[in-house]
Design a protein. Structure first.
Length: 256
């Protein structure tokens, strides 16, 4: 009885852990201004609200808040209500983030149209120049969101970003026709919106090589970011765990 209980508990614990992380989902903003969630394994998009009303420069989750900015107008930073999609203006800067915005554990960042990397204050939207990225901005580009290291997808290449100096260091080419801008780091894996192939790819952070996820079709991906809050667990899962706890208690009483 004890072995059965322990084994079953381990299986359920594993299931619950996966449910809490919900690592196959992310927020997506696309070129038409639509906002929602995307299943990174299938490419299925579920819209939230009526859209931003502009093309996003990217999406960035920092702390428990999701942020965005416009791709082609002055750098107003917005927070995003992830239930309704409604935007709240945080503050303004004179920077046009046409090179993308993103986040790492160290903060919010954006690449301006002048090719500099900026640190963005999440409280008021103020932008502080860190330095030039040192590479030409490609036709399809964006900063990553999530994880401890900031990356830049710039056309066919992946770069790591120095968040002190702003410098970009080449990691490697995505290979083939892959052209990736928006990227999100989820549960140890970097995913990217592959505009060249209309797919979701996984990205090797040591080499830059992008591998397509079979069947995960997605196009016009301008922003990806980790879910700001965990996906709630099904009630049945909690009931199952409660039942196992009860069985364990009953077994101990019988033994006594």
């Amino acid at each position: 009885m004890k072995r059965l209980f322990v084994g079953a508990t381990a299986v359920i614990a594993s299931f619950l852990s996966g449910s809490v992380l919900a690592d196959s989902f992310a927020y997506e903003g696309n070129g038409s201004g639509s906002f929602g969630t995307i299943d990174l394994n299938t490419g299925a998009f579920s819209p939230i609200g009526s859209g931003f009303g502009f093309t996003p420069a990217g999406l960035a989750t920092y702390g428990s808040t999701l942020y965005t900015a416009s791709y082609n107008s002055s750098g107003t930073l917005y927070s995003v209500n992830t239930t309704t999609g409604a935007l709240t203006s945080i503050g303004n800067s004179d920077i046009v983030y046409s090179g993308g915005i993103g986040s790492a554990s160290s903060g919010l960042y954006g690449v301006g149209s002048n090719g500099d990397l900026y640190s963005i204050n999440p409280a008021n939207g103020a932008a502080t120049a860190l330095g030039p990225i040192g590479v030409s901005i490609g036709s399809w580009r964006d900063l990553s969101s999530g994880g401890s290291q900031l990356y830049y997808g710039n056309g066919p290449d992946l770069f790591s970003m120095n968040t002190t100096t702003g410098a970009a260091t080449l990691v490697g080419a995505f290979t083939g026709p892959a052209t990736i801008g928006a990227m999100v780091y989820e549960n140890g894996t970097m995913y990217g919106g592959d505009q060249g192939r209309g797919l979701i790819d996984t990205i090797n952070l040591s080499t830059g090589v992008a591998t397509q996820i079979t069947g995960a079709a997605a196009s016009d991906v301008w922003g990806l970011a980790p879910l700001a809050t965990p996906v709630p667990l099904p009630a049945a899962a909690w009931l199952m765990m409660s039942g196992l706890d009860g069985l364990g208690l009953l077994a101990r009483r019988r033994k006594a």
